[in-house]
Design a protein around this ligand. Sequence first.
Ligand code: TYD
Length: 137
Amino acid sequence: MEKTFFMIKPDAVRRGLVGEVLSRIEKRGFTIERLELCQAKEAVLREHYAALTAEPFFSDLMAYMTSGPLLIGVLAGNDVIASWRLMMGATKPQEALPGTIRGDFAQAPSAGQSIENIVHGSDSDGSAAREISLWFS
Ligand code: TYD
C-alpha cells in the first residue's frame, strides 16, 4: 500500500481546522497510520525544506512553520501521494480550486505576509520515504 507524509500546519491548528482536515481524509478512505501533535524543530524543518533554503521566502516559511504546534502523520492508500496532493490544492491559496482544502480554507496572503496554506503532502515516492524517516526517526 502506498504511503505519504502529511502535515496539518500551525495556521490550521490555530484556526480549529484539524477535525475538518482529518474528516476529509477519513471520508476519502485513506488510512491514518500515524498522527502526532508536535512543535517543529528548526533543524528538522531546514532538512524538510532543504530545496527551498535559497528562496527569498525561506525565513518567513520557517517563522510560519514554527509559529505554533502542528500535526505530522502518515497516510496509506491507493495512489495516496498524488490523491492527497489533489485534495490539498495548489500551493498558492488564490490558485487553489474550490473543493480542495486550500481552496476552501485559505486565502492569498496580505502584502508582505507569507503564504499560510493549511496542509503539506509529499510530492513523490522519494520525498514520501525521505520525509517519513526524517519526521519519525
Ligand atoms: P512548495 O514545496 O513549493 O509547495 P507545496 O507546499 O505545495 O508542496 O513550497 C513549500 C511551502 O513554501 C509552501 O507550502 C508555502 C511556502 N511558499 C511560499 O511561502 N512562497 C512561495 O512562493 C512558494 C512557492 C512556497
